[in-house]
Design a binder for this molecule. Structure first.
Ligand code: 0L1
Ligand code: MG
Length: 262
C-alpha cells in the first residue's frame, strides 16, 4: 500500500462523485503514479462502503476484461474485479437514461448465480461448476469515468471497473445442461449485428473468470457468498451506444434480452 488512508478516501469520493454526476476525470494515476494494486482495490472498497452507508444494496459481483477481445481493446493483460449495484439493475426491455452516464458502452455477458460459497486460494473451474446454481444472459453497460477512455488498469480498478448498469434475463440453465464454451452470443444494435462470439472467448471458459474472482477474494480473506450473482465478463469487445439505440442480446439456449437508451 503506497497511498495513505486520507488519499484513498479522497480519491474514492472523487471517483464516486464523477459516477453520480456523470462527469469525466483524468486517470488518477496521473496525480498518484506511486499507487499500487492494493491501493486500487482499497479505493474501490471505499466506494462500496460509501454506497452501502447511503443505503445502496450490492446486487452482485463482476469480472472485467476477461476476454481476449476486451483485453486487446483496452491494451491490458489481466482481468479485474468489481461490483454492481441495485440502482444499476435495469429490467429486461427497460430504459437507460444516457444523460445519467458519460460515454456508455454495452457488452454481452454470461451471468452466474452461485448455490454455494466459493473461497480461494486454489479455486478451479470444477469447484465453480459444482458451486453454480444456474447461468443466465446479461448485458453490462460500462461507463468509465475517465476522459476519452484514457486509463490504465489500476485506475480502472479504483473506478469499480467502469460498472454502471446491467440487464439480466430470466431464461436460466444449470451448468450441466450446456457447454458454456460453445454457447453462441450475438449482440444487435438497432437490428444490426454489432458483435458476436462464443463463451470460450472468456478465458477459455467463463467459469475460469469466477475461479479467478474466488482466488482474488481469497487473497483478501473474502469469499464469493452463496446466492451471489456474478457477471463473468464481456464475451466480445464493448460497443458504444447513444440515446435512441436499442440493444438486443441473444445467447444460445439462454434466450434474448434487450435494453433501450433514451
Ligand atoms: O466489465 C469490464 O470488462 C470492465 C471494463 C473496464 C474497462 C472499460 O471501461 O472498458
Ligand atoms: Mg463487463
Amino acid at each position: 500500500m503506497k497511498l495513505d488512508k486520507a488519499t484513498i478516501a479522497k480519491l474514492a469520493e472523487h471517483l464516486e462523485n464523477c459516477e453520480l454526476n456523470a462527469q469525466d476525470t483524468l486517470k488518477i494515476t496521473e496525480e498518484h503514479p506511486e499507487m499500487d494494486w492494493d491501493d486500487a482495490y482499497l479505493i474501490q472498497e471505499e466506494i462500496k462502503r460509501r454506497k452501502i452507508a447511503r443505503g445502496t444494496k450490492i446486487a452482485g459481483l463482476k469480472a472485467g476484461l476477461t476476454s481476449f477481445a476486451k483485453m486487446k481493446q483496452m491494451g491490458v493483460e489481466t482481468p479485474c474485479f468489481g461490483f454492481v449495484t441495485d440502482y444499476g439493475c435495469v429490467p429486461d426491455g427497460g430504459e437507460v437514461k444516457v444523460n445519467e452516464l458519460i460515454h456508455p458502452k454495452v457488452e454481452p455477458e454470461i451471468v452466474f448465480v452461485m448455490k454455494h460459497a466459493l473461497k480461494g486460494p486454489g479455486c478451479h473451474i470444477g469447484a465453480v461448476l459444482a458451486a453454480t446454481d444456474f447461468i443466465m444472459p446479461g448485458i453490462e453497460v460500462i461507463d468509465s469515468r475517465y476522459r476519452d477512455f484514457k486509463f490504465d488498469l489500476k485506475s480502472v480498478i479504483a473506478d469499480n471497473t467502469s460498472a454502471s448498469r446491467f440487464v439480466i434475463g430470466s431464461q436460466i440453465k444449470a451448468p450441466s445442461e450446456v457447454d458454456m464454451r460453445t454457447l453462441g452470443v450475438v449482440m444487435e444494435k438497432n437490428g444490426e449485428v454489432v458483435s458476436l462470439g462464443a463463451g470460450a472467448a472468456v478465458l477459455g471458459h467463463p467459469a475460469t473468470a469466477i475461479a479467478m474472482l474466488a482466488n482474488h477474494l481469497g487473497a483478501r480473506s473474502q469469499e464469493i457468498p452463496a446466492g451471489a450473482m456474478i457477471l463473468s465478463g464481456g464475451v466480445t469487445e464493448a460497443v458504444a451506444v447513444k440515446a435512441g439505440d436499442n440493444v438486443t442480446l441473444k445467447i444460445q439456449h439462454l434466450g434474448s434480452i434487450s435494453m433501450r437508451f433514451v
